[in-house]
Design a protein around this ligand. Structure first.
Ligand code: 5RP
Length: 235
């Protein structure tokens, strides 16, 4: 998406990341997403903890997020002592008008989906370059088991018109799994069906399509920030 300069994009990321913190209240358990937009959410939560005494705990979606969150003074909990999160704030690589998402550009899709499905609501922080008519220009990240990943790749290729490329020979996620980036092109007309089809392939651990998961997108554009709510939004 070349219509924005890198400075404009960074300013929009900061605006969205900070604005989403308006949903966070004292006493909440929150899921903390991964990426360069959520980074600003974490910094803002840290500021509110230090300056306003905000009292929250969080579960991170990646090791990088855990490290930054701890540096910012956000208390981390884990699944042994937490069954449910009030909300999660996370980024996206693309979103459409139904608030279906492509995620996993940062490789954290499995943990992000576990956290999103355990949360009372999902807030997506995004700059204007992430909004699309039809998903798929961004290559779809698919986390796969290392065993027989080449065969899993072939089976994905059978339903993907474009290339299916392993993300670097040595790249693995925080869970130790490779990622295959599937180049569907901007023509994922039925993301719900595609998510189901890909998840039915043995060897696929998780798919970066998040369908019917997000409630609100905090969308930053050069003119300011807007909230896009799904009609059935829980938040
Ligand atoms: C990581 C993700 C990120 O949320 C997504 O890649 C967006 O990241 P950024 O805010 O850096 O553009 O899904 O797995």
């Amino acid at each position: 998406m070349g219509q924005f300069t890198s400075e404009e994009k960074e300013a929009m990321k900061a605006e969205a990341g900070i604005a989403a913190c308006a949903f966070v209240e004292n006493g909440m358990k929150i899921g903390i997403g991964t990426g360069s937009t959520v980074k600003y959410t974490i910094l803002e939560l840290g500021r509110r903890i230090r300056e306003e005494g905000l009292d929250v705990v969080g579960i991170p979606t990646s090791e990088a997020t855990e490290k930054l969150s701890i540096e910012q003074g956000i208390e981390m909990v884990d699944w042994s002592n937490c069954q449910y999160l009030d909300l999660v704030i996370d980024g996206a690589d693309e979103f459409d008008s139904d608030l279906h998402l492509i995620k996993g550009g940062g490789g954290a899709l499995l943990r992000e989906k576990i956290v999103a499905e355990s949360s009372g609501g999902m807030i997506v922080v995004a700059d204007a370059s992430k909004k699309v008519e039809i998903l798929g220009a961004f290559p779809l990240p698919i986390e796969v088991n290392p065993y027989g990943w080449e065969q899993t790749q072939r089976r994905i290729e059978a339903i993907c018109e474009g290339e299916v490329v392993r993300r670097g020979p040595d790249y693995v996620t925080d869970n130790g799994n490779p990622i295959l980036d599937a180049h569907f092109g901007p023509n994922i007309a039925d993301p719900v069906q595609l998510e189901a089809d890909l998840r039915s392939i043995s060897g696929v651990v998780e798919v970066g399509l998040f369908t019917d998961t997000a409630d609100v997108v905090v969308l930053a554009a050069p003119g300011g920030c807007e909230l896009i709510r799904k009609p059935t939004a829980r938040l």
